[in-house]
Design a protein around this ligand. Structure first.
Ligand SMILES: [Zn+2]
Length: 286
């Protein structure tokens, strides 16, 4: 398998087809993907001229994962932070495997932080986004993921997907946001402020997004996210759209879902918007 010119998606899809063939005999379980095993095997299996020979845990503060080669670039080592949850470790290992398969000729070391694992856009130019896209498609192949989404969207569905694929709840929701044509926004917050937010394409086009990289954005007071008496709202409650989006029509409701993660001291919020909702400010024709 020559991986140099393939896109992140097609590289992951090729590996998925091989894993499917291996699991057809039911000896190997198809999900969650055994990324470690795959990473150690694929250099040899696909005759790539180099190999990942070591995968090691490292407990270093603020470190997520890295991949680096020896001087002759025929041996690579993958390090990951073993204090993270098992889902985040699996995603990190898949992200680093993505760098190996897609970018090993461009650089001899890759050091990846928290933000690099949450950047699923602009996959054409940004190698971090490409590694994320590879990891997403390797761990959660789209055809299998779509088969899981048979019922109404709620947090139980995303918990099911997180369990099936061995990924974090956030990665499981991001996968859905990546392909759905529903207007929806994921927000991660703590202490009353957004840490990070991500919109589906349809929501983004409707102006329903938050620029958390360049702004400090408080959580709206009347939202469920701000309500300290409610820890979980897994099915979603109807709330007025203009609580979150000030320019939305007054009589419109959106669905707000919420989970509080004790372990990470953060709130995961998912907003599902009705189709006609527009969040852009009114145009000024003066
Ligand atoms: Zn990276």
């Amino acid at each position: 398998m020559k991986t140099g010119k393939l896109s992140p998606k097609s590289t992951a899809n090729r590996l998925s087809r091989i894993l499917e063939a291996y699991s057809a005999d039911n000896i190997n379980k198809r999900f969650p993907v055994d990324v470690k095993d795959l990473a150690l095997q694929c250099g040899k299996q696909f005759d790539l001229g180099s190999e990942i020979t070591e995968i090691q845990a490292a407990d270093i503060k603020n470190f997520v994962g890295c991949l680096f080669s020896n001087d002759s670039k025929d041996k690579w080592k993958l390090l990951y932070n073993n204090t993270l949850s098992s889902g985040r470790i699996r995603f990190t290992q898949a992200h680093e495997l993505g760098h190996y398969l897609l970018h090993r000729t461009q650089k001899d070391s890759f050091q990846c932080n928290e933000n690099d694992m949450l950047n699923w856009s602009d996959a054409e130019k940004d190698i971090e986004a490409q590694a994320d896209q590879f990891a997403s498609y390797l761990l959660m192949p789209l055809d299998d993921y779509r088969k899981q989404v048979t019922s109404r969207i709620n947090m139980d569905l995303f918990s099911h997907c997180a369990d099936r694929y061995g990924v974090s709840m956030i990665a499981s929701i991001l996968k859905w946001l990546d392909y759905t044509d529903i207007k929806a926004v994921l927000i991660i917050s703590n202490d009353g402020f957004m840490n990070w937010a991500w919109s589906s394409k349809a929501a983004f086009k409707a102006g329903a997004f938050f620029k958390t990289r360049s702004n400090i954005i408080p959580i709206p007071e009347k939202s469920l996210a701000a309500n300290t008496l409610i820890f979980d709202e897994r099915n979603g409650a109807n709330i007025a759209a203009n609580i979150w989006f000030e320019h939305a029509e007054r009589d419109m409701d959106i669905q707000e879902m919420k989970i509080y993660s004790n372990q990470h001291d953060m709130i995961i919020t998912l907003l599902v918007l009705p189709k006609p909702l527009e969040a852009w400010p009114p145009r000024n024709f003066d």
